[in-house]
Design a protein around this ligand. Structure first.
Ligand code: SF4
Length: 411
C-alpha cells in the first residue's frame, strides 16, 4: 500500500456550501471536525478526495470552525468510495428546522489549497469493487438475457431489481458472472437496527434506501443461481445475507438445504453467509451442511452500545460472540463486519473490550464498514465518548489482531 503524503497542519481551510449547494473554499477559516469530541483535524487524518467521492450539503447545519459557527453557510460532507474507511465526522450546529439526514456515511471534508481533502484511509485495494461504468443499456440487456433463461426464479428477479435500481455490486455479479454473487433469502429480521438499509420504522422520519424482499425464496431457486455462478467463476463466492433482506439465520433450514444442493453440484468456490450472528444453533446447522465462510456484523463489543443500535429481539451480544467463537472452532473463514463510527469504534473502552475478544478469538478479517447514519441520531442512541484514541489508531490496533479490509476476499 502506497506511503500516504500528509498535508501541513495549518494548510487546510473551510469547505462549505450555500443554500443552492455551491461549494466554496475559505483558506482563512480553520474548520473543526467531530471525532466524538469536536476538535481540530490532524494532518495524518486527511487525504485528497479519491475518485468516486460524493459531496453532500447538510441542510440546516452550520459548520463549526476555530472562530465559531459560520452563519449563512451549510456544512459540506462527503461519502467515500468503496475501499476507504472514514476517520472523522463533519462538525456542525443543527438549526431548529434541520431535517433528518438520510442513511449515508457522512465524512469530514475541507480545503487544502484548491483541492478537496477528506478524513479517510485506504483499507482495501480490491479492484473488483471499484466504481463501475456501463454503456447505455449494457447492464439492462445482460440482465434481460439471463432472466429470459430462467423467468420463474424469484432470486434472479430480486437481484435484477437490486442491480438496476440500487446499483448493488453483488447483485450485478450474478449477471456479470464474476466475484461474489448475492443470494437474498430472508424477508424477516430479529433486530431493528436504527440504520437498517432495508427497513425503517414509520416514525424514523427517513426512508430505507432499499425495499426489503417480500417472499421466502426456495432452496432450489437459491441453489440454481449459486451453481450457475460457480460453473462460470472458479474461485467465485456465493453469499446468503444481503442488504435487501432481513436476517438469513431465521431461514437456516432452507439455507442448509441450498448448501447441500450446491455442494452436490459444485465443489469449487466459497459458500459464505453474511449475518447478525444472533442464533448460534442455526449457524451450526448451516456449518453442518457445508458452509465455508461467515461474516458477522456488529457495531460494538459493549452490550449497552450493541443493544442501543441493534435493538435485538430474543437475543443479545452474547449470542453473537458465541456464533463467532463457534465458527472459528469449526474452522470457517470468519470475518467481522464492524460498523465503524468515529467516537464509538475508537472509544478507549471499546478498543479495550475489542482487543480482549480478538486476542481470545482471532478472526481472519475485520471489515471496517463506515456506518451510514445521521451522526446526531447515533450519538443520541449510544452516547458520546469520554475519551477516544482516534480512528486511525483504532484501525492500527485492529490490524495488530486481524487483517483489515472492506470486502469478502476469496483468500
Ligand atoms: S440485522 Fe440487518 S436486516 Fe436486521 S435490522 Fe439490522 S440491518 Fe436490518
Amino acid at each position: 500500500m502506497a506511503t500516504p503524503r500528509y498535508v501541513e497542519q495549518n494548510a487546510f481551510g473551510l469547505a462549505s456550501c450555500d443554500d443552492r449547494g455551491a461549494i466554496a473554499f475559505d483558506s482563512e477559516i480553520a474548520p473543526l471536525a467531530d471525532g466524538g469530541i469536536v476538535r481540530d483535524p490532524k494532518s495524518d487524518e486527511l487525504i485528497p478526495a479519491p475518485a468516486g467521492t460524493i459531496e453532500y450539503v447538510l441542510p440546516g447545519r452550520t459548520p463549526l470552525t476555530s472562530i465559531g459557527p459560520i452563519a449563512g453557510r451549510n456544512t459540506l460532507a462527503v461519502a467515500l468510495p468503496a475501499g476507504y474507511t472514514r476517520l472523522l465526522l463533519p462538525a456542525y450546529a443543527a438549526r431548529r428546522d434541520a431535517p433528518p439526514l438520510p442513511l449515508f456515511g457522512y465524512t469530514f471534508a475541507c480545503a487544502v489549497g484548491e483541492r478537496l481533502h477528506v478524513a479517510a484511509m485506504r483499507t482495501d485495494e480490491s479492484e473488483i469493487w471499484q466504481p463501475r461504468a456501463f454503456a447505455a443499456g449494457e447492464l439492462e440487456a445482460t440482465v434481460e438475457r439471463r432472466l429470459a433463461r430462467d423467468p420463474a426464479n424469484r432470486i434472479l428477479r430480486q437481484v435484477a431489481l437490486c442491480s438496476l435500481e440500487y446499483g448493488c455490486f453483488t447483485a450485478q455479479n450474478v449477471f456479470l458472472e464474476c466475484g461474489e454473487a448475492a443470494l437474498p433469502v430472508s424477508p424477516t429480521c430479529n433486530a431493528r437496527c436504527i440504520g437498517c438499509i432495508s427497513e425503517q420504522e414509520a416514525d424514523a422520519g427517513i426512508q430505507s434506501p432499499q425495499a426489503r424482499i417480500a417472499e421466502e425464496t426456495a432452496a432450489t431457486e437459491l441453489a440454481a443461481v449459486a451453481i450457475h455462478h460457480l460453473e462460470r467463476v472458479e474461485d467465485g463466492i456465493v453469499s446468503f445475507g444481503q442488504g435487501c433482506e432481513g436476517e438469513p439465520l431465521l431461514r437456516s433450514i432452507t439455507i442448509a438445504r441450498a448448501i447441500e444442493a450446491i455442494r452436490h453440484g459444485r465443489a469449487n468456490g466459497t459458500i459464505n453467509l453474511n449475518t447478525n450472528g444472533s442464533q448460534p444453533r442455526a449457524l451450526e446447522r448451516c456449518i453442518d451442511a457445508g458452509l465455508d465462510a461467515v461474516r458477522i456484523s456488529l457495531n460494538s463489543f459493549r452490550p449497552r452500545v450493541y443493544a442501543a443500535y441493534y435493538r435485538p429481539a430474543g437475543y443479545d451480544l452474547g449470542d453473537v460472540l458465541e456464533s463467532i467463537r463457534l465458527a472459528i472452532a469449526r474452522g470457517l473463514r470468519v470475518s467481522l463486519n464492524l460498523l465503524t463510527h468515529p467516537g464509538v469504534t475508537d472509544d478507549e473502552e471499546e478498543i479495550a473490550v475489542m482487543e480482549r475478544f480478538l486476542r481470545a478469538s482471532p478472526v481472519s478479517m475485520v471489515q471496517t464498514r463506515t456506518l451510514n447514519i445521521d451522526p446526531a441520531v447515533y450519538f443520541e442512541a449510544v452516547g458520546r465518548p469520554k475519551a477516544v484514541i482516534g480512528m486511525r489508531n483504532a484501525i492500527e490496533r485492529i490490524r495488530q489482531r486481524a487483517r483489515v479490509g472492506n470486502f469478502t476476499h476469496t483468500h
